[in-house]
Design a protein around this ligand. Structure first.
Ligand SMILES: Nc1nc2c(ncn2[C@@H]2O[C@H](COP(=O)(O)OP(=O)(O)OP(=O)(O)O)[C@@H](O)[C@H]2O)c(=O)[nH]1
Ligand SMILES: [Mg+2]
Length: 456
């Protein structure tokens, strides 16, 4: 996908002016390029900072005073010789330094190419490369924590240990296959079956914890729905902590979808405020209600807001019926006003598992709603522990590995032919090694690195 024997250069800091800006160079010619573009040229000491000047190749005049750090391979980010040149964070100067480096023989790096080289040279595996991207793009501290743990090797370690155990079993089974007539029995069928079942269980546990991991990594969308005027926008604003959307006493205030992402204990939750859903002949309101229904269907979870001060009517009931199979939180609002519900409807609402009574005029219910929302998510597999796996690519392959191991377990116990068991064990290994990058199709690798930014 990329040429790997040349030397690459890119600006590693974000576009635009900044306090400092860093140009990164990686490859076999890095030191020679330093000699060509830096004043002196300086004697670069490994992992020490050198103060010098970057030169304009056109006239050898200084472009900027810079700090240069030299990381000799293989103990560098990419595993190759790396230079980090820190200058003033001026896009013009940084571009000129890059220009000087290309004039001296470097090539402009593609997105993710530095990290790709780190992967290629075995500094990190694919899971860690993906973790770097997650870390850089994290929007909640919890996302950053999960990504950093994966970069440190938690997921890699867990998956690697299982892969090694499967490999060990495969080796013993193959040895039994190779020497059948001598009566070699490197593996007892029953013991092998139990071993495989236990490995499958370990993979299943990783998958189970990954549901929470995925919520943290990807976040989820929560639609706030209800009849007009029940207090949806008031709830939305209370959760956002700002008056993001208009609240008035007029029914039908919200006409379109309004979205905002909040941090719910580390889960980035995208809240969608919607127009009130009721039967209407007004064209604008009907379109609003149509969009509200679409948001409702797309959402991972839904908050149904009811107004306790008005009788529960057909529109409320229809909404409660429509959302009954979705993960949902029922908010019984306007607790401060006299209740208008007849006793007969109370059990219907009381039957909703996740439910909270609120008063949304003063914003004091926000904490209770957050807790109730979190309880709803927790029912869907969240916990406060940091999950090892969060990436949907990894989860899919873990599920495939667990299934293959489960298929192998019974025939092994029954003492069926080694070939049969071996085929499934091989499949499990293939899935595990596709996660870490040992056996990953090039197209998948390409897709992973093209999402990186230039200079990473
Ligand atoms: N007394 C009382 N009034 C509330 C409460 N919550 C909201 N309101 C009022 O109810 C009215 C409607 O609130 P909104 O938040 O705009 O309701 P909505 O569901 O978004 O309404 P639409 O956008 O028209 O569908 C406003 O006047 C709010 O101040 C509450 O808990 N108690
Ligand atoms: Mg509204």
């Amino acid at each position: 996908m990329f040429a790997t024997d040349d030397t690459i250069v890119a600006i590693a800091t974000p576009p635009g002016p900044g306090g400092i800006g860093v140009v990164r160079v990686s490859g076999a010619r890095a030191v020679r390029i330093a000699g060509a573009i830096l004043a002196g040229p300086p004697k670069l000491e490994p992992r020490r900072v050198t103060l010098t000047e970057a030169l304009d190749p056109a006239d050898n005049r200084p472009l900027d005073r810079v700090l240069v750090t030299y990381f000799p391979g293989p103990r560098s980010y990419t595993g190759e010789d790396v230079l980090e040149i820190s200058g003033h964070g001026s896009p013009v100067i940084l571009r000129q330094i890059v220009g000087a480096a290309t004039a001296a023989g470097a090539r402009l790096a593609e997105p993710g190419e530095f990290t790709f080289r780190a992967y290629l040279r075995g500094r990190i595996d694919l899971v860690q490369a993906e973790a770097i991207q997650d870390l850089v793009t994290a929007v909640t501290p919890r996302q950053a924590r999960v990504a950093f743990d994966q970069l440190e090797g938690t997921a890699t370690g867990a998956i690697g240990a299982i892969d090694r155990a499967v490999f060990d079993l495969v080796a013993r089974l193959e040895a039994s296959l190779d020497f059948p007539e001598e009566g070699y029995h490197f593996v007892d069928g029953e013991a092998a079956g139990a071993e495989i079942a236990s490995l499958a269980e370990q993979v299943r546990r990783l998958v189970a914890s990954s549901r929470h991991g995925r919520l943290i990594r990807e976040g989820c969308q929560v639609a706030v729905v209800g009849k007009p005027n029940v207090g949806k926008s008031s709830l939305f604003n209370a959760l956002c902590g700002v008056q993001r959307t208009i609240v008035t006493a007029t029914a039908g205030t919200t006409r379109d979808l309004v979205t905002e992402t909040i941090d719910l204990e580390g889960i980035p939750v995208t809240l969608v405020d919607t127009a009130g859903i009721r039967t209407t002949t007004d064209r604008i309101e009907a379109e609003g209600a149509r969009r509200a229904r679409a948001a409702l269907e797309a959402a991972a979870a839904v908050v149904v807001v009811l107004d306790r001060s008005r009788p529960l009517d057909g529109d409320d009931r229809a909404l409660l019926d429509d959302t009954s199979t979705q993960p949902r939180l029922v908010v019984v609002n306007k607790r401060d006003l006299p209740a208008a519900w007849c006793p007969a409807v109370r059990p219907q609402v009381a039957a909703c598992k996740h439910r909270v009574e609120t008063c949304l005029v003063d914003g004091r219910s926000a904490g209770a709603i957050r807790d109730a929302l979190l309880a709803l998510m927790e029912g869907r597999g969240t916990s406060r522990e940091t999950p090892a796996v969060s990436n949907v690519r990894h989860i899919g392959l873990l599920v495939a590995a667990a299934a293959a191991l489960e298929r192998a377990s019974a025939p092994a116990t029954a003492g069926a032919g080694e070939e049969l068991v071996l085929a499934d064990l091989e499949e499990a290994r293939r899935a595990l090694e596709e996660i870490t990058g040992k056996r990953t199709p090039e197209a998948v690798i390409e897709r992973i690195f093209e999402r990186f930014c230039i200079g990473k």
